[in-house]
Design a protein around this ligand. Structure first.
Ligand SMILES: [Fe+2]
Ligand SMILES: [Fe+2]
Length: 464
């Protein structure tokens, strides 16, 4: 079996893991066939497959039929390090699950693991409306890699958590995105990704939450978790690239149409209007902020104290105090007041602030495109209190600028700020698939370059 499963975890000599995988693997394939990309089973896709964790090994490109993709299990190399933060920063990282943190670790791994198959389910139907073969191929690359991330978390559960780990690994294949009785664990992973503007926003904002979660886990005191997430981050970077460059290409095309026509309402010319794009940004950014959890969180404090989950690049010099016992976080409220939260309890908010800075850099690049084309409008991130369902701002009515509103006012103006069914119908009108090599849909600019140095008119997907 391990011949089929590329790995650097000595699968051949791990009888227990082999046994666990031998029941899970067929169930995984069944899951992929049921809810993975719809309608492309026999297509050959130009995909990257990781066959080892070395720099040459993780990016092998070839035509692959997706159900035959070789999902692998990889750990990044072990580093010389100490846990470095929390209550016992001087200890060496644990190679086995410490009994006293077993419950917390399992919860962290299951929560991360659940998002991976969820996003594949959410994106299942997008292959029907891709703007080019290049984009179609990128979608499928993300899909197979999210499935590999599921493998990464299942490896930890089956290898380190015994029987309940095996049960959790089963459950990861049983929950379904958006299912009424058996949904995925986090809200943003139950929201449908209905069109390509959703997809690009999701990859920009929700995958970027993933980056920050993985970054903080990559310094975990539980060494196998640190090593597996460090390898996942190499793949995550591509997902965020698809999101950020996807929106950037929409902005380029939209701004070109605006300049040529001298007007903002360019839907009739086949473009996606900036105001509409802003609504999608409002929706996915606020949804993604919720993924960080409550600003004041006893779980976050416990994870930090235990050395399981730190801040963004905890080991770097940006933090003077790696115990975080004596400081506080000031949470600014929309009514002008502020709340002081003990630093350890505020770790979700601290991580989220790093995330927001990263998002702002993306917005600045998009706005550069508008500036270059002499467009007056700018895109922006909505205020932290806008449209929140989790944490200190949950259920507060405020506008994207952060101004408090009455519930009635918010309800009356909601459609100005978040996509409506009518908006979605307008986007859907534009989304006709373009599957001729080198051709691209009219609502998006071509990418700056192809995949793996291939030309833009390369046949990235060969249909059967
Ligand atoms: Fe992932
Ligand atoms: Fe991702």
């Amino acid at each position: 079996m391990s011949g089929e499963i590329p790995n650097n975890v000595d699968l051949d000599n791990d009888a227990q893991l082999k046994r666990a995988l031998s029941t899970w693997h067929p169930r995984f394939l069944q899951w992929w066939n049921e809810v993975g990309p719809d309608g492309f089973d026999t297509s050959r896709v130009y995909l990257r497959t990781a066959i080892s964790a070395s720099s040459e090994g993780w990016a092998n490109y070839a035509y692959v039929r997706m159900p035959e993709y070789r999902w692998g299990i990889f750990l990044a190399p072990q580093l010389q390090r100490k846990i470095g933060f929390g209550d016992h920063p001087e200890l060496d990282p644990w190679q086995q699950v410490p009994g006293e943190y077993r419950k917390e670790l399992r919860r962290i791994i299951v929560t991360q693991g659940d998002t991976e198959p969820a996003s594949v389910e959410q994106q299942r139907h997008l292959g029907r409306t891709a703007p080019s073969l290049y984009d179609l191929r990128n979608l499928f690359q993300i899909n197979v890699e999210e499935a590999r991330h599921l493998w990464a978390m299942v490896y930890l559960l089956q290898r380190y958590f015994g029987r309940d780990g095996r049960e959790e690994a089963e459950e990861l294949l049983t929950r379904r995105s958006g299912h009424q009785d058996h949904p995925r664990l986090l809200n943003a992973f139950n929201a449908p990704i209905r069109d390509w503007v959703d997809l690009f926003c999701f990859a920009m904002f929700a995958d970027r939450d993933g980056k920050y979660q993985l970054e903080s886990l990559s310094e975990s005191g539980f060494d196998p978790l640190s090593r597996t997430t460090r390898f996942m981050l190499t793949e995550e970077a591509f997902h965020m690239f698809v999101g950020e460059s996807g929106i950037q290409r929409i902005v380029q095309r939209t701004a070109d149409l605006m300049r040529e026509s001298g007007r903002d309402d360019i839907h009739g010319l086949g473009g996606i209007e900036l105001a509409l794009l802003q609504k999608y940004i409002n929706s996915w950014y606020s949804e993604s902020l919720d993924l960080f959890g409550g600003e004041d969180s006893s779980n976050a404090a416990a994870y930090f104290a235990a050395g399981l989950k730190g801040r963004y690049r905890e080991a770097s010099a940006s933090y003077k105090d790696h115990r975080a016992l004596d400081s506080a976080y000031r949470l600014q409220k929309p009514d002008g007041t502020a709340e002081e939260i003990p630093m350890r309890r505020a770790m979700n908010a601290v991580l989220r602030d790093s995330y927001t800075q990263d998002c702002e850099r993306g917005l600045a690049r998009w706005n550069k495109e508008l500036e270059k084309r002499a467009a007056g409008a700018r895109l922006y991130l909505p205020a932290v209190c806008f449209n929140r369902k989790v944490g200190a701002f949950a259920g507060l009515a405020c506008d994207p600028q952060g101004k408090l509103l009455s519930a009635d006012e918010f309800a009356a103006r909601r459609d100005e700020w978040l996509p409506t069914e009518q908006d979605r119908a307008r986007v859907a009108e534009l989304l006709k698939p373009v599957y001729e090599p080198g051709k691209i849909a009219g609502w998006i600019a071509p990418p700056a370059r192809g995949v793996n140095n291939q030309p833009l008119d390369f046949e990235y997907v060969v249909f059967n």
